[in-house]
Write a protein that binds this ligand. Sequence first.
Ligand SMILES: Cc1cc2nc3c(=O)[nH]c(=O)nc-3n(C[C@H](O)[C@H](O)[C@H](O)COP(=O)(O)OP(=O)(O)OC[C@H]3O[C@@H](n4cnc5c(N)ncnc54)[C@H](O)[C@@H]3O)c2cc1C
Ligand SMILES: Cc1cc2nc3c(=O)[nH]c(=O)nc-3n(C[C@H](O)[C@H](O)[C@H](O)COP(=O)(O)O)c2cc1C
Length: 494
Amino acid sequence: MLIKNQQKLLEQLLSSVNHEQKIWLAGYMQGQIGTVNANTATGIPNIEKPPAIIYFATETGNAKGLSLQVMKAIKAEGYKVKTSAVNRLKVKDIKPDTMTIFIVSTHGEGDPPESALPFFEDLQNAGDGQLNGLNYAVAGLGDASYEIFCGAATKMDKELQRLGGKSFQDPFLFDVDYATHTSAWIGQTVKSINDLVGANTSVAEETLSLEEELIVRTGKGYTRLEPVKGVVKHIVCLNDIDSTRQTFHIEIEYEDDIIYTCGDAAGVMLPDKDHNGDNTPRLYSISSSPSYHEGEIHLTVALATHENEDGGMGYGTYSRYLADRQEGDEIEFYIHQNQIFNLAADNKDIIMIGPGTGIAPFRSFIYERSERGAAGRNWLFFGAQHMHCDFLYQTEWQEHLATETLHKIDLAFSRDQTHKVYVQDRLKEKAKDIVEWIDNGAILYLCGTRDPMSKDIDQALIDIIAAQKSLSPEEAANFVADLEENDRYLKDVY
Ligand SMILES: Cc1cc2nc3c(=O)[nH]c(=O)nc-3n(C[C@H](O)[C@H](O)[C@H](O)COP(=O)(O)OP(=O)(O)OC[C@H]3O[C@@H](n4cnc5c(N)ncnc54)[C@H](O)[C@@H]3O)c2cc1C
Ligand SMILES: Cc1cc2nc3c(=O)[nH]c(=O)nc-3n(C[C@H](O)[C@H](O)[C@H](O)COP(=O)(O)O)c2cc1C
């Protein structure tokens, strides 16, 4: 490859330098070449690179998406790297010889995501010094409009320090516009790891130009920082007059060029004059289909009530605001994307469990599937108090059944008989079919209130799997956890 003269010069040079100078030269040459990876450039000595792992704690998938991007960038530097949810992680399984990154989102009121709670408990119970020698970094995803910004990430960092871990980079806390800052953070993280290991950083430009790969849409209409305005086209109470509940179906028309997908929520904002200091937006699952109801989002909003101190009726701030809207009123909102709770591929069977307002995303799913002519079968479980006044969207479901867009429906009206019947009881009655569908590749969806509904459904699924597959409770719980980790059991609970 070299011409005669160059060959001679190189031989002269090499014969005059010692071992250390040769290593320096190798680094110098790599620097000259620029973007070539240390591992792939022939003739350049490899620096021993430790394995790396990125753990994520997520509710709506942002932390998972970010972890996949970091993985890609670190891999491009020649590291062996993988990602994993923290769901079943134990402190004792964390390996101090592995570069470890945690990406943690915050939910509730400064809390970790539901699926990360067992790991946080394990962290708190672990003894000081148990992670001596661990090099780690933490990134937090949050929303600065909440009182405790990125509380879960901050807590995790504190615990890791207490356990003896050493952070190789200060924790980075992302606000809702995180997607616009991730490239810089990823670049910095890769460099920090390389610096620690003593390797050169060769992150090529193309590795970090991640924007086009981000499923996360940014800018106007996608965070509370830049909401859009829509106009109420139609609002109706779905419950009949003698119900104890009021659930409003609200159709909002918009003109902005925003995109949402089935499973996303709308973040509703209150006008300044109405929020009384409470200006944290509330999320509502979108119950319309982007293809079928073009230019509109539909919401299914239960009016939240409580008893005031004086014994009078009190109302939730945002649901009351929405319930009071009239046709023609303006509403400010943004699309809150959900990266995990997505409608399955057309050929997959789906089982949707959505009591109460949990029904909302499934209305979206079914219209979307009817529009696409999806081949997969659709099975819905719905529950409420009384059939005659609380069967939300009853006529629509009946039509979907008639047109075979909906293949099966099971209903639990808790107060229509002397003993209470809930959706989980219906699931148990259909245990054999459910397991058959699951074994056939069906995706399970659960939406609605977290407590106690989603916990009861989790338990019912574990019982069903244990009984039908003759597994121990522990094995069945693992089976359900596997489904969840493999995106076969998706939850959107609040
Ligand atoms: C991803 C996601 C999707 C969601 N989807 C939906 C949906 O599709 N439909 C839906 O209806 N909701 C949905 N929610 C819930 C919704 O975001 C709101 O939490 C809900 O509407 C209550 O908000 P609010 O402002 O009306 O009540 P808040 O004012 O936040 O009050 C919360 C609760 O406390 C009670 N309360 C308030 N003040 C007092 C007091 N002084 N004493 C006692 N109790 C009091 C209220 O009655 C209410 O029950 C979703 C939430 C999430 C996170
Ligand atoms: C119901 C709810 C509660 C939240 N509570 C907080 C909070 O207390 N503090 C915070 O910083 N962010 C909070 N967030 C914002 C999330 O952390 C943020 O949207 C993040 O990007 C979600 O990441 P994930 O998709 O990985 O779950 C909350 C979001 C939701 C939907």
